[in-house]
Design a binder for this molecule. Structure first.
Ligand SMILES: Cc1cc2nc3c(=O)[nH]c(=O)nc-3n(C[C@H](O)[C@H](O)[C@H](O)COP(=O)(O)OP(=O)(O)OC[C@H]3O[C@@H](n4cnc5c(N)ncnc54)[C@H](O)[C@@H]3O)c2cc1C
Ligand SMILES: NC(=O)c1ccc[n+]([C@@H]2O[C@H](COP(=O)([O-])OP(=O)(O)OC[C@H]3O[C@@H](n4cnc5c(N)ncnc54)[C@H](O)[C@@H]3O)[C@@H](O)[C@H]2O)c1
Length: 473
């Protein structure tokens, strides 16, 4: 067997692994990159990219239905579902070269297309080669969790790995789970013409600020998505129309297709982690605040495999921290209080830092909340998208968290992510000059609202101003 010595061996060429490999090799480290399936991982092939491309197509269809409010005759769109999937595939194809084997070989990585497996604490085998590295990075991602619902083994179901390649429009899509994946896919399919029922054991978008989640849930319901909350599935059964689900309240729902979007599990099974002495549990590799694996300090874990939140930008952030340590020999500590997240429904729901409820649980009355509604935003009025709000969580004069629900919330959260990340004063945010009319003004207005009582409802200030005015020439 061929033996290879390298500085850094990255296992998994998705969002996290590619970022580590690209950064490390361009800084001068020797890098081996191992990928058992598609270059680009989940985000490119079965996650962010296809879902956002499908959502864009669905928005185009919805725009035709809603155009009457602009004085343009509304029509029921003619959706060619296969052509929509061609659009999705072509968006993936446009981005794929950036993540490709050719590009990474061009950067100087040795790319091995096989499943990697530890054979000792310092060696991995893949593609008939044994790689001995100074540092290893586990970036193997996650896959859809399949909940133990009685009967699930006897019914056909889709996951994020198969739903985007479906060429025929589901007549009635059942979605199990109302997290971000379930809600994004439910609205997109509804807008593309499917009947959709979402079955959620707990609360829909249960991790989000309830007030913000309610705005999204109401919109999906208005558009015809049937959302059943607090409903476990008691039993699933294959029937001639497709799949039948019996819910906890006794209701029976029959769909043509079932999409399982009920959470994620880390992909670790091929790695033989015990051979490397690396600790792990059902959430992922057990890592410290420096992202080093418990049990083997030569091994780091990043992204979905690292047991925390699961976002492409988080995997990218992890990659930067690993590069600091494994390439430059510097120290690094992961911070979790400034990672934003967006659910790309219409309206979008964006969060950075703690929600109001989380902040109150942590700091009691030591926080205050300032808000502004999109209803008072002139751009939102022009777009006829006035539902939603921005809410800032403030502690000791600084922005520690923000929730935005409404049009382009994923873009509007950007200055607020900077504010939380830089521990910015509310006064700095209130003082920034933003172009008019923009949706982002809602963030500045929320910051301004923090000062409104002291400025506009203050009898002592009014007395002072009247006094000053008497003496001004
Ligand atoms: C439907 C959907 C929509 C999403 N939308 C968003 C979004 O809008 N924004 C966002 O930030 N995040 C989104 N995510 C989450 C995002 O896709 C993940 O957080 C991100 O892909 C994680 O990157 P990763 O590098 O940890 O894993 P991945 O990108 O999954 O890459 C892991 C790679 O490792 C490979 N691998 C696994 N085991 C081995 C092995 N033993 N040897 C070699 N290779 C191996 C896999 O084949 C895979 O290619 C979405 C996810 C889904 C499912
Ligand atoms: N826009 C984005 O950034 C984006 C989009 C999609 C996914 N993601 C990432 O992927 C992760 C996984 O997404 P997800 O939506 O699959 O998981 P999730 O854990 O966020 O939500 C799953 C939902 O399924 C429900 N559920 C679980 N078992 C069930 C059952 N048997 N019956 C009914 N309901 C059940 C849960 O109560 C939960 O509400 C997200 O947390 C996020 O990190 C991000």
């Amino acid at each position: 067997m061929e033996r290879i010595e390298t500085d850094i061996c990255v296992i998994g060429a998705g969002s996290g692994g590619l970022s580590v490999a690209a950064g490390a090799v361009q800084m001068g480290a020797r890098v081996v990159l191992i990928e058992g399936a598609e270059m680009g991982g989940d985000c490119l092939n079965f996650g962010c990219v296809p879902s956002k491309a499908l959502i864009a197509a669905a928005a185009a269809a919805q725009a035709q239905r809603g155009s009457a409010a602009f004085g343009i005759g509304a029509v029921e769109p003619v959706v060619d579902f296969g052509a929509v999937k061609d659009h999705v595939a072509s968006v993936i194809a446009a981005i794929a070269p950036v993540d490709s084997q050719e590009r990474f070989e061009g950067l100087g990585c040795l790319v091995i297309r096989d499943w990697g497996r530890f054979v000792s604490p310092r060696e991995v085998e893949a593609g008939g080669r044994r790689i001995r590295a100074r540092r290893f990075v586990i970036a193997t991602g996650s896959r859809a969790a399949v909940p133990p619902v009685p009967g699930i083994e006897g019914v056909p179901y889709l996951t994020n790995e198969t739903v985007f390649s479906l060429r025929e429009r589901p007549a009635h899509l059942l979605v199990l789970g109302a997290g971000p994946i379930g809600m994004e896919m439910a609205q997109a399919h509804r807008r593309l013409g499917s009947a959709v029922t979402v079955i959620e054991a707990g609360r829909a978008l249960g991790r989000e600020d309830p007030e913000a989640a309610a705005v999204v849930i109401a919109r999906l319901r208005e558009e015809g998505v049937d959302i059943r909350e607090g409903q476990g599935v008691v039993r699933l059964r294959a029937v001639s129309e497709g799949v039948e689900a019996v819910l906890a309240d006794g209701a029976v729902v029959t769909g043509s297709h079932l999409l399982v979007a009920a959470g994620r599990v880390p992909v670790l099974e091929r790695l033989d982690l015990p051979a490397a002495g690396v600790a792990f549990d059902k959430r992922g590799v057990t890592v410290g605040p420096d992202l080093r694996a418990k049990g083997n300090r030569r091994v780091f874990a990043v992204g979905d495999a690292a047991g925390g939140a699961q976002f492409t930008h988080l995997a990218g952030y992890h990659a930067g921290l690993v590069i600091r340590q494994a390439v430059l020999g510097l120290r690094a500590r992961v911070r979790g209080d400034h990672i934003p997240r967006v659910t790309f429904t219409t309206p979008e729901l964006a969060q950075v830092g703690p929600t109001e409820a989380e902040a109150r649980a942590a700091h009691g009355d030591g926080i205050s909340v300032a808000r502004a509604a999109f209803h008072h935003n002139d751009r939102a009025q022009a777009l006829r998208e006035t539902e939603g709000f921005a809410k800032l969580v403030i502690r000791r004069g600084r922005v520690i968290g923000a929730t935005v629900v409404g049009p382009e919330a994923g873009e509007v959260i950007a200055p607020l992510a900077l504010a939380v990340s830089a521990r910015m004063k509310v006064s700095t945010l209130a003082g920034v000059v933003l172009p008019y009319p923009t949706l982002a003004e809602v963030a500045k207005r929320a910051a301004g609202a923090h000062f409104a009582p002291a400025l506009f409802e203050n009898p002592r200030l009014k007395t002072f101003v009247r006094f000053v005015q008497r003496f001004l020439p």
